[in-house]
Write a protein that binds this ligand. Structure first.
Ligand code: UDP
Ligand code: MG
Length: 309
């Protein structure tokens, strides 16, 4: 059986079409499947629509969260409740063409544990493409796992890969990193980028920025290592400069007083480096704080899936 996980947050405009296209494609291919729609605390009619649709189709499962917990939590819930031998994850807004699922399943059945859909960036605004490119350059410098542009959460996973993902119960989930971290046999399927069918993107600039920082920090400790290197570098430079001053004193016999510029430059530069380093350390401590609290990733308000855990 195949489980399809669809995280939804305020998707009332597209959810019906998503449902009919998805079930159309899978029915047409004669697949045995379940669709798990995870409603991430929508404040529109999404839950009502899902409930209504589920009455006519027992393959439609829904999970309603008690509030908005984010897409990562929604995907985790879907994975936890899924029962299929293969599990697909896709967006509700039809940016991930349901027709591609069949092609991806084919690959999965050939023995690939992760079949990844890779989109091109046609149709995206030039600025967004540019930022994305820069971001991936930067992130790949800073994290141990390899992240690729155009690869999102749209993928088909084998049960083995799903279990691997579920074994990682960290609170700060950064799925791009998690997917890459678990490894296994991977195959890629390319598709044409589509724009959102209706409704609007849930990503504000602030959220994207937050996500970007998460990607760098919540995945490994390279930024801390960068702080360490930077610190060592400045200490080395300072020692060299002090030695130079000392030798100058030995030669000239006096300190040249007018050093205002040097002092201000040094004070502000080192002050800045220290603040940044403390900030980075703080980010890590903040994350530890959340991990230690060990709270659930999400709270389920209601679902039509029988208790599984
Ligand atoms: N989503 C979610 N919770 C959130 C934000 C988004 O479940 O807090 C879902 C959303 O309904 C959609 C998917 O995640 O199915 C991707 O969101 P969106 O299309 O807004 O992102 P974009 O495609 O613009 O990157
Ligand atoms: Mg989208």
């Amino acid at each position: 059986m195949i489980s399809i996980i669809v995280p939804c947050y305020n998707e009332q405009e597209v959810i019906r079409e998503m449902y009919s296209r998805l079930s159309g494609v899978l029915c047409g291919a004669g697949e045995d499947f379940e669709m798990i729609f995870v409603d991430d605390g929508s404040r529109d009619k999404t839950p009502a629509i899902l409930k209504e649709l589920s009455q006519g189709d027992k393959r439609l499962k829904y999970i309603f969260f008690s509030r908005n917990f984010g897409k990562e939590a929604a995907m985790l819930a879907g994975l936890t409740y899924s029962g299929g031998d293969y599990v697909a994850i896709m967006d509700a807004d039809l940016q991930h063409p349901p027709e591609l699922i069949l092609q991806m399943l084919d690959k999965a059945r050939q023995g690939y544990d992760q079949v990844i859909a890779k989109r091109n960036r046609k149709g995206d605004s030039a600025i967004k493409t540019f930022y994305a490119k820069m971001y991936y350059k930067l992130v790949n410098m800073m994290v141990d796992v390899k992240l690729t542009d155009g690869i999102g959460d749209f993928r088909v996973l084998s049960r083995k890969a799903v279990n691997a993902l579920l074994s990682m119960q960290e609170y700060n989930r950064f799925s791009k990193g998690l997917f890459s971290w678990i490894g296994f046999e991977q195959a890629t399927v390319e598709y044409q980028n589509a724009t959102r069918a209706a409704g609007e993107t849930k990503w504000s600039f602030k959220k994207l920025l937050q996500y970007g920082i998460d990607g760098i920090i919540s995945f490994n400790n390279k930024p801390l290592r960068i702080c360490l290197t930077l610190g060592a570098l400045t200490v080395g430079l300072s020692i060299a400069y002090l030695l130079y001053l000392f030798i100058m004193i030995l030669i000239n016999g006096a300190v040249d007083v007018p050093g205002y510029f040097t002092i201000i430059a040094a004070v502000s530069l080192f002050g800045g480096i220290q603040l940044i380093s403390i900030g980075i350390i703080g980010e890590y401590i903040g994350r530890i704080y959340y991990e230690v609290k060990n709270r659930p990733h999400y709270l389920v308000k209601s679902t039509n899936i029988e208790e599984k855990e």
